[in-house]
Design a protein around this ligand. Structure first.
Ligand code: OMP
Length: 272
């Protein structure tokens, strides 16, 4: 999917919501567990319930890998079920020496046909470049993550006197461009989001950390939005586990709709 198609969808749905499919067998209703593929059945109902409000889905690959071959099957079935006009993100956080990255790219872009993949930047240009060689596919590079440990490396002062995440942004933006690269910027980072936006004015950000991690949607929009929205805001647990029982899909729909309504107002205010 290209940037124009993504933006069209954002405008059509008045939403920049990404629903995270972090589907954990210990958290899904027990009534599903007797089915042949409970993970897919859960995801299918979540997708049916939220597709009107979501512009992207982000399965977190760890939740599927942990289940072995059956998990990979559930992942593929889930991906195939997501409507074609909705952006898909393989949250895999990959990156390795060039030939290995090339195979990760093939796995997620060709074998599985995801639109995008999250990639770690710290092995440098040759570990990221192979992902950028696929037409209409996207690298979503970790820039400023939402977790507490992000200050261990991302915020330390580099040789130039700037925090390391500045270096990552400055250097990496010439590896690709705003049509094939996005950046992960955590919603929990408040005003630092504005610093990121200053360095990369045109790129989309994938922003996790609202909902269960407590980040503020208003701050994200205030500091991060650009003229083509430029944001995909993810919520996983806050949506998919909003209900604990058999009403989980209805509860997920309500949560997704609530976020979409807030997003519609923010789009009006900041994305003209
Ligand atoms: O790359 C990510 O998606 C990611 C980066 C980051 O900085 N923080 C972060 O929470 N994530 C992912 O975003 C999702 C957040 O889930 P919830 O906290 O349940 O909404 C998880 O799948 C995380 O792995």
């Amino acid at each position: 999917m290209n940037k124009a198609e993504l933006f069209q969808q954002i405008k059509r749905k008045s939403s920049f919501l990404c629903v995270g499919l972090d589907t954990d067998p210990s958290k899904i209703p027990s009534s599903l567990l007797k089915l042949q593929d409970p993970i897919f059945e859960f995801n299918k109902q979540i997708i049916d319930a939220t597709a009107d409000f979501a512009v992207a889905y982000k399965p977190n690959i760890a939740f599927y890998e942990a289940l072995g071959p059956k998990g990979w099957e559930s992942l593929q079935r889930t991906l195939d079920y997501i409507p074609n006009d909705i952006f898909t993100i393989a949250d895999a956080k990959r990156g390795d020496i060039g030939n290995t990255s090339g195979l990760y790219a093939k796995a997620f872009f060709e074998t599985m046909n995801f639109d995008s993949i999250t990639v770690a930047p710290y092995m440098g240009v040759d570990s990221v470049q192979p992902f950028l060689e696929f037409k209409d596919k996207w690298v979503i590079l970790l820039a400023l993550t939402s977790n507490g440990g992000s200050s261990d490396f991302q915020l330390i002062e580099s040789k130039s006197g700037k925090p390391l995440f500045h270096e990552v942004l400055e250097k990496s933006q010439v590896w690709g461009n705003a049509d094939n690269m996005m950046y992960v910027v955590g919603a929990t980072r408040g005003e630092l989001i504005a610093e990121v936006r200053k360095i990369v004015p045109d790129h989309f950000f994938l922003v996790p950390g609202v909902g269960a991690q407590g980040g503020s949607l208003n701050e994200v929009a205030k500091y991060g939005m650009n003229a083509s929205c430029g944001l995909l805001v993810n919520s996983s647990r806050g949506i998919i586990y909003a209900g604990k029982g058999d009403d989980f899909a209805e509860k997920a729909r309500q949560e997704a709709e609530k976020l979409q309504k807030e997003m519609a107002v923010l789009l009006e205010e900041y994305c003209k």
